[in-house]
Design a protein around this ligand. Structure first.
Ligand code: ACO
Length: 428
């Protein structure tokens, strides 16, 4: 017998059989349930999409209870150990690990697209010296749509591919220029001899040396952080990318919106918030007092908790290991002891245990970024660079899905019933 859900409407006594597939029912199947012929039909109410699958996706799998994260079936721990960001981006986009030749071609395409149009540089120069780099980043990504009008041809496979190369290749250049702008230094052009992460470090930190030599430990650590952040199924920014993309706008405009969603402190801005929190706490001795305040509802323990993970975020485990490697080069971040003490207390405190609140990816990433010399304002930008792979993969998957329609949820109207306009002199 096929899986179905039997529903009896107590208002009418009518019975309905609603098919169940993939552990879901289709919300539209409920529309047939009407109290009267002119009734609109039953809807579901799900603010923040807590229990609504918005799409079918073959890209990323998360088991939040068990702390499992897979890209195209491959465990994140194995990719972090064995792969590099560009290979992982290829996997996320095309579904399979590349052959040697495919990887070479992919890497050369990305490398060839790292330069920014000189007018983009001029555009970026217009920002105030103290502009937040994430504000610069998302505005500049949006502005790319005016430089590449061919990007509107979203149903042409070759055009889509070209925009994907451009986006993945240019976001580090934009991020680096935003950083250099904020510290008043000249922009550095890409060095195509270097790896993806090595070139990014070059664009950020090169001074007067002719050839920048990235520290291999730091370049690898950054690359692994990029792998960990490359995709995370239907999170807030990815949902934004899909929603904007469903109107069939070009991907640069979509990505500007996705980056804006990432900017918020509950999403990609969380690692910036973690560092502020650790600075505010100030010392290990003050950790118990801070935890007490959080439990009393006076603020959150930033970098803890996740909508999907109800156990230790697997990315946080990998990051903790990388932190040791990075600190061996840069010296230990003095805030690390406060973070470790926060984690130690929270993991045995009833408040956090019963709510299944564990460290998420952002709890330790900020400490690493800070030790590597990034100001906190750069943290969300560092998240946006690798997430670009996930955003464009999810955008393309959405476009090619025959079930895609423009995203347009319903509402429960709570305003006044229809009434007549009152002339100004008659209003009390
Ligand atoms: N500190 C203290 N209490 C928390 C925290 C936290 N970090 N997170 C959740 N809670 C509490 C809530 O107050 C709530 O308690 P209650 O049941 O007594 O009301 C309970 O745990 C459930 O929390 P919700 O807010 O319902 O969980 P939701 O799934 O909506 O939120 C979120 C998830 C936004 C990540 C939340 O845990 C949070 O704000 N964390 C801090 C910010 C953060 O680190 N964000 C990064 C997320 S990862 C990423 O985007 C890459």
């Amino acid at each position: 017998m096929a899986d179905t859900l039997s529903i009896t409407d107590n208002r009418t006594g009518k019975k309905y059989e609603v098919p169940i597939s993939d552990g879901t029912i289709r919300a539209m199947d409920l529309r047939q349930i009407k109290a009267a012929p002119d009734d609109f039909g039953l809807m579901t109410y799900d603010p923040a999409f807590l229990n609504t699958a918005n799409c079918r996706s073959a890209i990323t799998y998360i088991d939040g209870e068990k702390g499992i994260l897979l890209y195209r079936g491959y465990p994140i721990e194995q990719l972090a150990e064995e792969s590099d960001y560009l290979e992982t981006a290829y996997l996320i986009l095309f579904g399979e690990l590349p052959t040697h030749n495919q990887l070479q071609q992919w890497t050369s395409q990305i490398t060839n697209h790292t330069m920014l149009h000189e007018n983009i540089k001029k555009f970026m120069e217009g920002f105030q010296y103290d502009a937040h780099p994430m504000g610069i980043f998302l505005s500049t990504v949006g502005a790319l749509s005016t430089f590449y009008p061919d990007a509107k041809d979203i149903f042409d496979k070759d055009s889509r591919m070209k925009q994907i190369y451009r986006l993945i290749a240019k976001v580090p250049s934009i991020a680096a220029y935003a950083f250099r702008h904020s510290i008043g230094r000249p922009y550095n052009y890409p060095d195509n001899d270097l790896s993806f992460a090595g070139n990014f470090l070059n664009m950020l930190f090169r001074m007067t040396e002719v050839k920048y030599q990235p520290n291999p430990v730091l370049a690898r650590a950054l690359d692994v952080l990029f792998i960990l952040h490359a995709d995370h199924e239907q999170n807030c920014s990815t949902t934004t990318m899909r929603t904007i993309g469903s109107s069939q706008v070009d991907p640069y405009s979509g990505l500007a919106g996705a980056a804006a969603a990432l900017y918020g402190p509950l999403h990609g801005g969380a690692n910036e918030a973690v560092l502020r929190m650790l600075n505010e706490i100030g010392s290990v001795a003050k950790v118990p007092e801070f935890i007490k305040k959080v439990k009393a509802g006076e603020g959150k323990l930033m970098g803890f908790g996740h909508r999907v993970y109800k156990s230790y975020d697997p990315r946080a485990k990998v990051i903790k290991r990388i932190a040791d490697l990075v600190f061996a080069v840069t010296g230990k971040n003095p805030l690390l002891d406060i973070a470790l003490e926060l984690e130690r207390i929270a993991l045995q405190d009833d408040y956090f245990v019963t709510r299944k609140l564990y460290p998420n990816v952002d709890f330790y990433s900020g400490l690493i970024y800070q030790a590597m010399g990034f100001p906190t304002e750069m943290f969300p930008v560092l998240f946006a660079i690798p997430r670009t792979a996930g955003w464009v993969a999810q955008w393309e998957e959405m476009l090619l899905d025959s079930e895609t329609k423009i995203a347009r949820p319903r509402q429960i109207y709570t305003g006044p019933v229809q009434r007549d306009y009152v002339p100004r002199d008659k209003r009390s």
